[in-house]
Every structure is written in structure tokens, then in C-alpha cells.
Design a protein around this ligand. Structure first.
Ligand SMILES: NC(=O)CC[C@H](N)C(=O)O
Length: 222
């Protein structure tokens, strides 16, 4: 299994994401934002957390226009798997691969703490390792995690089983408690919480590991 992890200026979770993919058995290729092509034979691309381009303009907006994001978009449009975590989720929204926007947290504070999530849909390559409705604990660390979309989009996401995770105790004001959403084919997942920060007992919890191991198994079976 081959994964790519993209690094933008200001990414700070790229190594952690690479380590999480490696822990699940992926061979990881690091990709720079200015690269104009992706490694051959990729199974998944990871867009990591951080503060790409200093969060200027809007979080993820400048990164979404980096040369490599043209390739990431084309890869997803060909049916490729893309996982965007935190700033990576912000980049996915700015590329248009996922709908909606991430606004400033409702309390205007940067929030950094473990939070409870409910697995809303375990029928996806990322969530099949959890029981439907399972409650897991994953850290968040963001100031722009307040997911918003128009009511019709929220209803469509819900109706089509595209809400991956919901907050049990909403920390940022997100509409409908949404913490992560899938693309229509469920191969693109964007989420604000950081599963790569919960893969080792030293992290204080391992609830994130099942996301990466399930992905390896689903891709192996595909
Ligand atoms: N941990 C992160 O990826 C931070 C994301 C983003 N820059 C924010 O603070 O909202």
C-alpha cells in the first residue's frame, strides 16, 4: 500500500500523519506543495494539519491553489482516496472536493483538547474499523473548526450518509455537530479532529489507529 503525505509551508502534522500511515503498513512518500506530479501507484493521499501559508486569506485557501493540489484534485476525481485532517480538511473544502466552509470557532478561541466523537457511518474505507455509533476520543487543535453549510447541504450530507463523525459535546459551534464528512463516493474524508494523534498509548489514547488500519484492509481487498 502506498500513501503520499503533502507538506505545505506551515504544515505541522505531516510527520505525524506519515507515522500513522506507516503504523498501518503503508509505504509513505512525502510530497512538497510545489511538486507537479504524484508518485506512481498511490492508494491514498493525506493532507495534514497545520497552518499552511500562515492561515492567511482563509485557512487552506492558498494551499488549495498550490501546484500539487491540481494533482490531488484530479486523483480524487478519478476515484482516489484522500484524507484531509484539520488544515487538510480546510484545504479539501477550498479545493471544492467537499462542500461547506470552516469558520472561526464560535467562542473565538483556539481549542486544543481531546473530544468525544460518535462514528455516524461505519460504511466507508476509513470508518469500517469502528462499530456504528461507537463513541471514540480524538484530540482537536484549531481555531477555525466551525463547520457551516446551507441547510440543504447539511440535509443532503445527512441523508446520504456522508456525515462521518459528530461531536458529542460540540466544541466549536459546527452545524449539526459535524466533525467530519465524506465525498459522495466516501473515498474523500475531511475531519477536524486528529486521529494521527491517537495511535499510540503514549498519546493518551489509541482510538485513531483503527482509521488507518481499516483503510489498509479495505484497500487491500479492493
Ligand atoms: N491543527 C490544525 O491543523 C490547525 C488548523 C487551522 N490552521 C486552524 O487553526 O483552524
Amino acid at each position: 500500500m502506498r500513501a503520499a503525505v503533502v507538506t505545505f509551508p506551515g504544515s505541522n502534522c505531516d510527520r505525524d500523519l506519515a507515522v500513522a500511515f506507516e503504523a498501518a503498513g503503508f509505504e509513505v512518500h512525502r510530497v512538497w506543495h510545489r511538486d507537479t506530479s504524484l508518485p506512481d501507484g498511490l492508494d491514498v493521499i493525506g493532507l495534514p494539519g497545520g497552518f499552511s501559508f500562515g492561515d492567511y486569506l482563509r485557512c487552506g485557501a492558498i494551499a488549495a491553489n498550490a501546484p500539487i493540489c491540481r494533482e490531488v484534485k484530479a486523483f480524487a476525481e478519478r476515484g482516489g482516496h484522500v484524507l484531509g485532517i484539520c488544515n487538510g480538511f480546510q484545504v479539501l473544502l477550498e479545493t471544492g472536493l467537499l462542500p461547506g466552509a470552516l469558520m472561526r470557532n464560535a467562542n473565538l478561541h483556539f481549542v486544543c483538547k481531546p473530544v468525544g466523537l460518535r462514528v455516524e457511518n461505519n460504511q466507508s474505507p476509513y470508518t469500517s474499523g469502528y462499530d456504528a455509533g461507537a463513541e471514540i476520543t480524538i484530540p482537536i487543535a484549531h481555531h477555525d473548526g466551525n463547520y457551516q453549510a446551507d441547510a440543504e447541504t447539511i440535509a443532503r450530507l445527512d441523508g446520504d450518509g456522508r456525515v462521518a463523525f459528530r461531536y458529542i459535546d460540540n466544541p466549536n459551534g459546527s452545524a449539526s455537530d459535524i466533525a467530519g464528512i465524506f465525498s459522495a463516493n466516501r473515498r474523500v474524508l475531511g475531519m477536524m479532529p486528529h486521529p494521527e494523534r491517537a495511535i499510540d498509548p503514549m498519546h493518551g489514547g489509541t482510538d485513531g489507529l483503527a482509521m488507518f488500519t481499516a483503510l489498509t484492509e479495505m484497500l487491500a481487498d479492493a
